[in-house]
Design a protein around this ligand. Sequence first.
Ligand SMILES: [Zn+2]
Length: 167
Amino acid sequence: MSRHTKKHKFQTVLALDSSFMPMVEMPRRKALKAMASGRAHALDLQTWNKMGWAEVASRPFHAVVFPKAKAVSEVKLGFGRGSGSVFKRDAYRCQYCNAKGTTLDHVQPRCQGGLSTWTNLVACCLSCNQRKGGRTPEQAGMKLLRPVHGPRFQLFERFRILTEEAV
Ligand SMILES: [Zn+2]
């Protein structure tokens, strides 16, 4: 892979809100359009300054800031899109035993006040789900195989890597 293509390994850029909170990934083309209409500007991840058009033309950019936008909090992102996304996040694996995860488990059970949020739901196989019942993992003597991530975790990760690479 040439250096040039490596720099463009992402066909998308990160859209950040006014406080540099990652909101979504968007096609570079769409980001340029938003920049052209004055709704967004490219961000220099080294200096955290706005990049001018000359800079944008001369080197790649990976993040655009929408100064008027405010990212919806992860909790409020809630669950409207359905459970499919949780299964996808967990790669359809039970988060307690790594078997095929076909059911959803409330980590903090609903009967103990647990909510249907991204970070409280995990994919779970039927037998683990039945074993756990209305208990927390601790109460049931079970352990999550990995930390439960919110829907934007990948974006935060990408942002972290980008800012580290920029130093
Ligand atoms: Zn299981």
